[in-house]
Design a protein around this ligand. Structure first.
Ligand code: HEM
Length: 171
């Protein structure tokens, strides 16, 4: 049953997490064009060794989410928008060498003590609004070749420099 057929059957906002395809699109959207490209600046309180790197106390560290989300060692075809990569039954779920992805390869909300406290709120809100939008409207790229354009382009914030024009009509 397609997402839209499910929504037609029952829009119960307490159940948005049951719409698996919506969840995969949500995750892939955050991987592909998440609002945060990097973390804020962190300072270590003591020396640490991370993989082969020695980081000294008071060194400044920034986590590059963008780099993690497009790491071609972890993601197959990283420059393509493929929600199936979050489907455990899809071959795209694995790394290019067929291994399980590193859990830190996807960190749109960061994690640990300084992780996003609005994560659940954001997730429920976005999914709820999307449910309504998909139920009431049809969406179509203004430019039929939109998906052939060379994305992603690195820019800070949600830039108006690369608009994606969409025609919206009542269902
Ligand atoms: C899709 C939506 C969102 C994304 C992708 C996101 C992502 C992030 C990320 C990556 C951080 C860590 C930033 C850093 O210090 O390096 C963060 C922190 C934070 N977020 Fe979000 N966020 C989202 C929505 C929200 C919402 C809706 C709220 C509040 C209602 C919120 C509140 C916060 C707060 C307060 C912090 C700072 C936590 C701390 O430093 O202790 N976020 N968010």
């Amino acid at each position: 049953m397609s997402l839209r057929e499910k929504l037609d059957a029952v829009i119960d906002l307490r159940r948005v997490h049951e719409f698996e395809w919506l969840g995969m699109c949500f995750s892939e959207g955050l991987r592909f064009q998440g609002p945060a490209y990097t973390s804020s600046n962190f300072f270590l309180t003591e020396d640490a060794k991370v993989c082969n790197y020695v980081i000294k106390a008071k060194d400044e560290v920034i986590i590059n989410y963008y780099g993690l989300h497009f790491n071609s060692n972890e993601w197959q075809r990283p420059n393509e928008f493929l929600p199936e990569r979050f489907d455990i039954s899809s071959p795209l779920y694995l790394t290019p060498s067929g291994m399980k992805r590193n859990p830190y390869s996807f960190t749109p909300f960061n994690g640990g003590r300084r992780g996003c406290i609005g994560q659940t709120f954001a997730e429920k809100n976005i999914k709820t609004v999307l449910c309504y939008m998909i139920s009431y409207f049809d969406f179509e790229f203004a430019d039929k070749d939109e998906l052939k354009k060379p994305y992603p382009l690195l820019h800070l914030g949600q830039s108006k420099k690369v608009p994606i024009e969409v025609n919206v009509s009542n269902r």
